[in-house]
Design a binder for this molecule. Sequence first.
Ligand code: F6R
Length: 240
Amino acid sequence: MQVKIYDDYEKLSEATADEFIDTIKQKPTALLCFATGNTPIGTYKALAKKIKEQELDVSKCFCIGLDEWLDVPPEVKGSCYYDLHHHVFEPLGIHSSQIHLFNALSTDIADECNKMNELIESKGGVDCMIVGIGKNGHIGFNEPGVSVKLQAHEQVLHIETLASGQNYFSGPVKIEKGITLGLAQVMNAKKLLLLASGMNKAEIIKAAIKGEITEMIPASCVQLHQNVFVMIDKEAASLI
Ligand code: F6R
């Protein structure tokens, strides 16, 4: 586990974008996995800028989403579909044929999960995955108590996620469950970037990277990851 501490959010975002760029340069056909939420937005801005400046070809990459709010339609701002298109795919010029996201409106969630699992398998695993961390220690929608052995699965959302989740939407949206890559897939990512910024993440970062490895803090499993970069700013690092 490499813990990298940056002076501020901007430096953290620039450095995280550079990690993505390294992966794409080394493997133009890389499978990339993107989280939503507030933390990676700066990374995505920096990534679009750097890709343009360096005239990097991203036309052979393939992109997947980490998770999705079940039953929230794709046109709703705050859905992972909407936010990833807005912050990542459109600015990076990623074509729809290079994208696979969970379908929040699917009537067959088991099939949705299988499709994602098979896709990851068929591409030989995720080359670079960016994840945030919830104040309850979740990664994606892997909520406290989840097994580290799970692949993509449906998840009843934790009370903390239900509350913080409302902040992403323009108005009240009914959320109850999510669909998410499982911790087995997070642990298998060839490069994992775990991002956190701000004082409100300091406590959970301390618990996740210095505390006991426990299913009650899903992010603590990254302590056992083969190639994880914990990318945090000074405030998120203030208790470690
Ligand atoms: C989003 C996701 C969530 C967030 C986490 C942190 O796709 O998987 O686990 O990464 O809730 O969210 P922010 O970055 O908004 O603090």
